[in-house]
Design a protein around this ligand. Sequence first.
Ligand code: GRF
Length: 213
Amino acid sequence: MSGQLKIAVFASGNGSNFQEIVDQVREGKLGARIGLLVCDRPNAYVVERAHQAEVEVFAFRPKDYPSREAYEEVIREHLIARQIDLVVLAGYMRLLTDVLVKPYEGRMINIHPSLLPAFPGTKGIRDAYDYGVKVTGCTVHFVDSGMDTGPIIAQTAVPIEEGDTLESLEEKIHTAERCLYPQVIHWIETGKVRLNGRKTVIDHTERSHGTIT
Ligand code: GRF
């Protein structure tokens, strides 16, 4: 990859992470371009956000396809046609198959609302809250074929304080996510993230720029 990073965001619902990325691109805090929003729920609010931001959308209904692989092949064609460098999963509520995971290995990231490997799955915030942990948070990781199992790039800890409700905790974690995700995208677009087996190394010196390695 050289030049400006072109990203596709995958989302299923509200899209507050998508919006934060859009805003940071507009403000010039991120150098990346958003080439596509992929959404499996055409009525989701994130689609409206994309239209307002003039981001191209591929929205589809999974039930219109014979299998997951079938719609992922269509998505892959869209990604290739737009020369997408990095796939950013932001609340995309579907497991991916190797049709997408393999070609984007090391070039696909996800944000999860807990400190992985604790509380994977679709209810990360609630599961941590119900368990009674004192610290939870959010995790950005590369995507592999497991559920929330790929190499971790960065995490933010969020303490659960006395008096926190599930709602107040959700708010704190979403705030932390909106800070962490653009930060990681910025590290990637400036070539600071290197994958070494299961471990990622973040280069904090000033000389790196513009490559995904
Ligand atoms: C976030 O909490 C993210 O961690 C999880 O799904 C949620 C998406 O929120 N994977 P939003 O659609 O970006 O508002």
